[in-house]
Design a protein around this ligand. Structure first.
Ligand SMILES: [Mn+2]
Length: 172
């Protein structure tokens, strides 16, 4: 099973359509981490787990999702409600409280992945307005592969090209 994470398209529905078309298959669960600026019931989000970003004004969005799968429990939120621009402490605490092994968010527009104790933390970056060190890639999303022993996190750019240098592997 694979898990795709994407965030912060800010109105760029074309790129969402392109990526979802490529990855919206039974073996992949897609998480969209907020700030699409689209309606919560937009057809582009069929089979996609979404949350509300600070730039989403549709009250039908969830503030967070706790995905309980057969392999992993994933805590998903945009991040602004946990002050992620300053610290991940509150987000980590909340994810652990919800028995998640993985937490995913956006908001910072900066990709990042790390494992702290038993918690894997994934920010896919912004697909349309990247900031910081990895802005040179022009927008990114992340794909997680879970095996019995490991987590493999890969990043792709807007052309669906794998960014080899960003691949990380963690033991579970
Ligand atoms: Mn944003």
């Amino acid at each position: 099973m694979q898990y795709l994470f994407i965030s912060d398209a800010h109105g760029d529905i074309k790129i969402l359509k392109k990526i979802f078309k490529a990855f919206n298959v039974r073996s992949t669960q897609i998480f969209y981490n907020g700030d699409s600026e689209l309606a919560a019931n937009d057809p582009v989000f069929l089979n996609v787990l979404t949350v509300k970003g600070n730039m989403d004004f549709d009250s039908q969005y969830a503030k967070k999702n706790i995905y309980v799968g057969t392999e992993v429990t994933i805590f998903q939120t945009h991040g602004h409600l946990y002050d992620v621009n300053w610290t991940l402490a509150e987000l980590i605490k909340t994810a652990k409280k919800n028995n998640a092994q993985i937490v995913t968010f956006g908001h910072t527009h900066q990709l990042g992945v790390e494992k702290i104790e038993d918690l894997l933390i994934i920010n896919p970056g912004s697909i349309s307005q990247p900031r910081g060190t990895y802005a040179k890639y022009g927008g990114t999303f992340a794909l997680l592969t879970v095996t019995p022993e490991s987590y493999i996190v890969e990043y792709f750019d807007r052309d669906l090209t794998l960014l080899n240098e960003l691949t990380t592997k963690f033991s579970r």
